[in-house]
Design a protein around this ligand. Sequence first.
Ligand SMILES: NC(=O)c1ccc[n+]([C@@H]2O[C@H](COP(=O)([O-])OP(=O)(O)OC[C@H]3O[C@@H](n4cnc5c(N)ncnc54)[C@H](OP(=O)(O)O)[C@@H]3O)[C@@H](O)[C@H]2O)c1
Length: 379
Amino acid sequence: MSGEQEPGYYGSYVSVVSAVPRRPKTSLLSETFLSKVANRGALAGRWLRTRQVSSSPHYESRPTESHRHPSPYSAACMLPLLPLIAMTSCPRLVVVSGCGSRGVGLGIARQVLAQDTAAEVVVMARSLERAMSISTELGARAHAVQCDVTSDESCSAAAAACRDLGGAELLALVNNAGFAADLPWFPTPWAAGTASATLAVNLFGAERLTRALLPQLLAAEDGRAVFVSSGGGRMNMRRMGEARRSQLLATGTLTWDDIITLAAAFTAEYESAAAAQTPDAPLPILSASGLWLQAYGFSKACLAAYCQVLAREQPSLLCVTCSPGWVKTEMSSTYAGDAVLRSVDEGGEVAAWLACGERRELSTGFYQPDRSRVSWVAD
Ligand SMILES: NC(=O)c1ccc[n+]([C@@H]2O[C@H](COP(=O)([O-])OP(=O)(O)OC[C@H]3O[C@@H](n4cnc5c(N)ncnc54)[C@H](OP(=O)(O)O)[C@@H]3O)[C@@H](O)[C@H]2O)c1
């Protein structure tokens, strides 16, 4: 969060217009088109069959408007129309992790529903109860799914729950779940375990959930992976030594294994520096190997590098990173400075736009809350 611009920089909040439907409406009798129609017909059939009230320990799905007001036509009459129905009304899912605290995640979910009337949201939280209370509040286009991003089992179950929503295309995953224990205004000494706890959620958790949902994202016509980062990530990039920075910026050759190795080095250096802190020499410091020892910013710097690695490895997927700005949430609740914090709806705006805005306007990069695309390193 450190390194965000002052709130006034972003200007006032503007409600966003509905997105133009992206589905093709005219026929193009190409092979690709016909296969898409067949695929959509199958999807729509599955959707019509499976869209009903369901519940499991991991998720809850409620009937949509179409169930409350059943069509006067029988399913058999509708069969010839399925491809067309699918092309115009197959819902697009946007999954948002880390909504349980009603922070930026809730703002993103609300903004997705406002910006894209064809979208449905999957509200994820570690507590299914919390997710359900939020999805109920959001209405018929919201679904609740339990997910702890630090658990393989939980992420797999969450991915299966998204698949079970039946026929909806997974348009976007917004990796919003986050953890912070060493923000600049947090009292020192910072605990030695902060590095591993922060990386577990902000970096490894985001990668784990992305990996679990990747097949569905790749199957979508316009799949997107959105990573909620922070100006603190760009600031950490600026403060680390040149060699380390170059390592993270070498995204033409960098691999996920390289990022894991770097994160392990960071954790070891953080732990020993944390143990050596004194009241006169607290963290953060620049380590001998050139790492700026603040775990929150480092985790977001690595997250941005992972976003670029993923973009290179999965060129059909739009991979983007963004900052919500300074937002009034649980994470910022102990901040006592002068900055005016934004509402969660303002904070959620840019991630929602990246998840469902016009694809041709977007490319891999770091987006600020005002939708401008900036470099990976703070100026
Ligand atoms: N607030 C700001 O000013 C600000 C600025 C820059 C960036 N950000 C970023 O915005 C995102 C949202 O933060 P926030 O401000 O809304 O903070 P927050 O209110 O503390 O929300 C963080 C969310 O992450 C979830 N989470 C934590 N550990 C998790 C885990 N293991 N598995 C799944 N979810 C987990 C939390 O849990 P539950 O959902 O289970 O409750 C919570 O909903 C974070 O990525 C943060 O780094 C925030």
